[in-house]
Every structure is written in C-alpha cells, then in structure tokens.
Write a protein of this length. Structure first.
Lengths: 179, 504
C-alpha cells in the first residue's frame, strides 16, 4: 500500500469514526487516547501480532478490546478495532487515532501548534505568540515548545496546515538560494 | 557568476532588516516526489495554477487539485525536494517578465536569460493565462504579412493577425520557412512599421537552437526577435509553459501597438509534454494517450493571436510535425481545425528538389486574397489552376501516354511554374520583386526559355527594373498596386530585356 493511499485511508476511517461518535468524546478521552497511542508506538510488536493472519479473528479482536479496557477507553473504540481487524488494517490504528484527536480538536475549534525557538521563551513572549495565533486562526490554541539552536535566532511556528517562520536560519537559506 | 562582497553584505542586511510577514501562511507537506513532480498533502485552500514555494528553495505550479492532496510540478529540476518538506502557498500565479528589453534576448520557459548577456531589462511581470480579446475588439485581417517566400506569398498568403499552421514530415523545411520569414522582416522593417518576432523552441535540441540563434544574429534579425527556449532536456513543465510565456511576451509588444510574429516550433512536442504531465497526474488517457483537453491546450494558445481594433496584431505560425505524411493524426487535425489555414510541406516534393516543398493542393489560407497585396493578387489569378492542371496531367505523362498539344503545353507551363516557385534557403524577395517575377510568368515571357535558364533570367530582370527603372519600381513598392499602364510599361521593359539577356 503506498503512503498516499495510507494517508487517504487513515483520513477516511477517522472521519467516519468522528461522524458516528463525536457526541461520546471529550478531552479526558483524548488524553487517554494519547497515552494509548504512545503505548502502541513504543510497543510495535502488539500491532505486528495483531496483524498475523493465523488465529481466529475473534481472538485478535478480543485481545485488542482487552487492551482498550486497560486504558479505560470508550466502548466506541471497540467498534473501530473490530472494523480494522475485519479489514486487516490494524497497522493504521495509531495514525487513525491521531487523526481522530485532530478532528476532535478541529470540531472544538482548537488548534495545536509547535513553537520552535532558538532560546527559551518566557511567559510574556508565549502569551504574545498565543494571542497572535488566536487572532490569525480564531481558535483555541494549544502549544508545545521546542528549542532548536540551529535557528540561530528566531522562531518557527507550525501546525499541520499553517506555518510562520522568522529566523536567521530561514533568511540565510533564502539568501543561499538567491546567491 | 562573480559576486562582490559588498553586494553580499547589502543582500544580508536587506534580508535581516526585513519585516516578517504579518500572517500565517497555509502550508502542506510533500508526501510523494519524483520525475519533477510531487504531491503535497494539505494546502486545502490552494487554487489551480497557483505558485507554491518549497522550504528548500524550489518553486512549483499546482496543476491538479485532489480531495486530500495537490499535484505540483517543479520549476527547478536541479533543486531537490525531499519528502515531508514544507510547501507554502504564495497566493499568486506564475508570471512571465515582459518588456521591450526582451528583444534580442534568449530566455528559458520561466523567463530567465540563458544567453549570457546579463540581467533581463523587463518592464513588468504578466500572468501567462489571460482573458482573450473578444470579437468586438478584433479587426478583420486585411494587411499582408510578407514571408518573402514566393510560393507562400503568391498562393497561400498570410495576413497580420492570422494563424497559419506549418505542417510536414521531419526534414521538409518547416523551420527553414519560418526562419526565412523572420529574416525577411529585417528588409520590411526598414521600409515600414516593424514586425517584432518571437520564436519558441519547444523540445528541440540545444544544438539546433544554437544554430538558429547564430543564423538570426548573422542576418541581423536577432535585434527584433525574442527567443524562448525549452529544449528536450528541460522538464515537462518548462516545455508546457514555454509557448504561453512566449505569447505573453508577444502580447506586451502588441499592446504597445506593434505587429508581432510568433512561431511555435513545434506544438507536437508541446502536446507530448502535456501528455507526460497528465499521465503523471493520473488523468484518464484518451486517444493516443493524450488527455481529453489537449484541444483546449492549443486552442486557448492560438486564440490569443489576432488583429485588434486599437492597433497591434499577433500573427501565429504554429509548426506541427507529422509521421509518414499522415495529416489525419490526432494533434495535426486538431491544429488544422483551430488555425486559419495550413502550409503543407510534402516529403516527395522535397526529395524531388522542389524547395520550399509546399504542396499547393493541400495548402490553404482561409484569409486568402483579403490579406494579399493587390499587385500580387493580380498576378496570381490563374496560378492555382495552372498548378492543378499540371498535377492532373503529370500522372498521365508518367505512363508515357501520347498527349495532345494542349496537354503538352499545360505540362510545360506547369513545369515552368514549379521552376519559378523554387527558392533557395536564406533568399527572400520583397513583394515588388515577386510581382515582377510573377509578371514574367503570367505574360508568357518565360515560355521560350529552357528550365535551367529561368532563374537567372528572372533574377536579372528584377535587378534590371530595380536599377534602371527605379521610379516604376518605387511606385509599385509604395502603392502596393499595379495599374494597366504599369503592366504595359513592364511588357515593354521585358521585351527590351529579353534582347539583352545572356544566360549564366
């Protein structure tokens, strides 16, 4: 399956899930899903064994449902697991869940941004950035900060659909293309 | 390229002091890249034809919009684009540099100079896709565009604002015909309103282009010509863009009130480039694997030619190459239906030494006599008929059939016509010279000569009139017409010359 086809499938599964179960989801649920995603990414063999073709589908389904219960996730996710086992696409589970989180946030008018800066930003500066992003997007902003010395001086603010950068590195890159 | 350190410092200062953009830019991520083509996930609000800027410095044009991704063709093949690289919308479309400073220059499909003559002196940037002038803004085509090639000016006349297709097999002289037309404008530009030329080379070899540039330079034609090149080694996008960029440059000249001649050499390569792009975008292939809108690809390009009421014109000479003399192929038939006539260059005629190898029976100018100088029109009244009669009888003569006297005379006459229509490459005639040549043919002053003597007789006669009877020559040149009195005068001159003529 090509990456592009995977991306499309992930989006479709996630959108279908949101369309059906948006009313049953809340922020606490999203936090639990994030923990579940971290677990799956750290323990890829779980998905690998789940994808194995031998063994009853029922057994594989049940194994994952038990896993979901350990993480105290909503019953709605059992139906997603059943569907993915049926379609033999468990490998997409983590990406689909990430996409579900994103769609949930879109639905609740939230946006996640990653702020990469060359130096530590203080509270005042972060508040200014959040205010700027709120004005630009009209959404509730959740931020994550990263320090990257390679920027030299400046900032880089990205979500998955919007971006803004003003750094020495960026300007030097632009100059190198001209020169 | 040498860069002074002071230039670098000022560049750095300018960059570092620049204010940041006030807005967030919409971005996407490259999910697939290859063959100068990439797919970008995101950019949900992007529009078709928009320019996209990549983080790594490359630029691209959006050529397909999908539900989850957009397809972008890259403009700089040498600048790599990596997977997951960020791409930003620029909010604008691709624009080409235009201006009088482009005359005498050779540029590539994205408007960068490739002739080592320094930076381009352009006036502005214009988008390459524009709204085409409507019917009300156009003027009828009633002014001749001289090619200097006798057979074309006499039998398939081209008017300013016309689209005349040049169609033929490979090696039949299509490019030679258009180059001679460009070079002929030098002589015309000295006596009348100049015609600026734009030559687009699409998918040709670089050696070919170098030869063409040198030829135009040697003949002093480059100073009023702009060359746009997208050679065979360029990416498909460049070969797709080149004719539109060239037409945009031509439109600038036209908007200054000038007459422009634009040559697309050739549109078969243009269609092939577009096919390549469409197949990469996974569009459904149609006939001969071309996409369904390949007609629109050329129709919207060629409809930009025309003569405007407010002044200025663009005359288009698109070239199309056919395989095996088959003019019923897909792209040639498309172009034949779009254009206002075609000049068909026949391989058989070429191989038989008749050059330019114009097949008069299959060639036509839909504008016809309306765009022809009155003097030439008068002299060519029965020429087509004579050629048609000759061709009809030629097949009989090959069987060795005994023909009556009238048929024999027609055969002799036809051979005479073909002999006078032959013209060497690089040699062009002013319309007055053509009138004099056709006069000799029409009033039977060549009948007594051997075929081998025809050319020297005709050339010497033209030279004779030009040097001895200058007043008559200039009168025809300035009026564009020929009166009965002038014809009678010419008859006397021709009789006089016949006694003086010595075959070379």
């Amino acid at each position: 399956m090509s990456d592009l086809v995977q991306v499309i499938l992930i989006k479709k599964y996630a959108q279908a899930f949101i369309n059906q179960f948006i009313g049953q989801l809340n922020h606490e649920e999203m936090a639990k899903i994030e923990k579940f995603i971290s677990f799956i990414r750290a323990n890829r063999q779980v998905i690998f064994y789940g994808q194995l073709l031998f063994g009853e589908k029922f057994i594989r389904r049940q194994a994952f449902i038990n896993l979901l219960t350990n993480f105290e996730l909503n019953k709605a996710f059992e139906k997603l697991i059943i569907l993915l086992v049926e379609h033999n696409r468990l490998i997409l589970l983590a990406d689909i869940l990430e996409r579900i989180i994103k769609l949930f946030k879109d639905n609740n008018n939230e946006a996640d941004f990653v702020i990469t800066s060359s130096h530590n930003l203080d509270t005042r500066q972060l508040d200014q950035i959040i205010k700027f992003l709120t004005e630009q997007t009209g959404k509730k902003i959740n931020i994550k900060t990263i320090i990257d010395k390679k920027l030299i001086v400046g900032l880089k603010i990205y979500s998955d659909t919007l971006g803004w950068e003003y750094s020495i590195r960026n300007q030097l890159n632009s100059l190198s293309h001209i020169v | 390229m040498e860069i002074k350190s002071t230039d670098l410092i000022s560049l750095f200062e300018k960059s570092l002091s620049g204010k940041p953009d006030a807005d967030l830019k919409e971005i996407g991520f490259v999910v697939q890249v290859g063959d100068n083509f990439c797919k970008i996930h995101g950019l949900t609000n992007a529009v078709f034809g928009e320019l996209v800027q990549f983080e790594g410095g490359n630029r691209g044009i959006i050529m397909d919009l999908g539900e989850d991704y957009v397809s972008v063709f890259l403009m700089q093949a040498q600048t790599p684009v990596a997977e997951l690289e960020v791409a930003k919308r620029t909010g604008g479309v691709f624009k080409a540099p235009v201006g009088m400073g482009l005359l005498g220059r050779v540029v590539n499909a994205i408007g960068n100079p490739i002739d080592d003559l320094g930076d381009l002196q352009y006036s502005e940037y214009r988008p390459i896709e524009v709204a085409i002038p409507g019917i009300v803004e156009r003027s009828p085509i009633n002014e001749s565009l001289e090619t200097g090639i006798l057979v074309i000016d006499a039998l398939v006349p081209i008017g300013k604002g016309q689209r005349e297709l040049i169609i033929g097999n490979r090696g039949t002289g299509k490019t030679s015909v258009v180059l001679d037309t460009i070079i002929h404008q030098k002589i015309k530009n000295q006596n009348s309103k100049p015609v600026y030329c734009v030559y687009v080379s699409i998918g040709q070899r670089q050696a070919n282009l170098a030869r063409i540039v040198r030829l135009l330079q040697e003949n002093g034609a480059l100073e009023y010509t702009c060359i746009v090149s997208a050679d065979a080694s360029e990416a498909a996008l460049d070969r797709y863009l080149a004719p539109y960029v060239a037409c945009t440059i031509a439109e600038y000249f036209r908007d200054q009130g000038q007459d422009v001649l634009i040559i697309y050499d050739d549109l078969s390569n243009h269609a092939i480039a577009y096919r390549e792009m469409s197949l990469l975008m996974r569009r459904a292939p149609g006939r001969e694997a071309y996409p369904g809108d390949v007609f629109y690809l050329h129709s919207r390009l060629l409809e930009r030619a025309g003569k405007l009421l407010r002044g200025g014109s663009i005359t288009a000479l698109p070239i199309v190459q056919i395989q095996g003399d088959d003019i019923t192929a897909y792209i040639p038939t498309n172009l034949i239906s779009i254009t206002d006539g075609q000049i068909f260059l026949d391989t058989k005629l070429f191989n038989n030494g008749i050059r330019p190898a114009v097949n008069v029976e299959l060639s036509v100018s839909r504008v016809g006599g309306a765009a022809q100088t009155a003097a030439i029109k008068h002299m060519t009244k029965s020429l087509r008929l004579e050629i048609a009669q000759y061709q009809e009888l030629l097949s009989f003569s090959q069987f060795g059939t005994e023909l009556d006297i009238i048929s024999q005379k027609r055969l002799t006459r036809g051979a005479l016509v073909y002999e006078i229509l032959k013209q060497k490459q690089g040699v062009t005639y002013l319309f007055v010279d053509q009138v004099l040549m056709l006069f000799l043919l029409r009033y039977n002053f060549l009948d007594a000569l051997k075929l081998a003597e025809i050319h020297s007789f005709v050339m010497q006669f033209v030279s004779y009139v030009h040097s001895i009877y200058q007043d008559l020559y200039k009168e025809i040149l300035h009026t564009g017409q020929i009166t009965e009195h002038q014809i009678n005068k010419l008859k006397e001159i021709a009789k006089e010359f016949s006694h003086l003529f010595l075959p070379v």
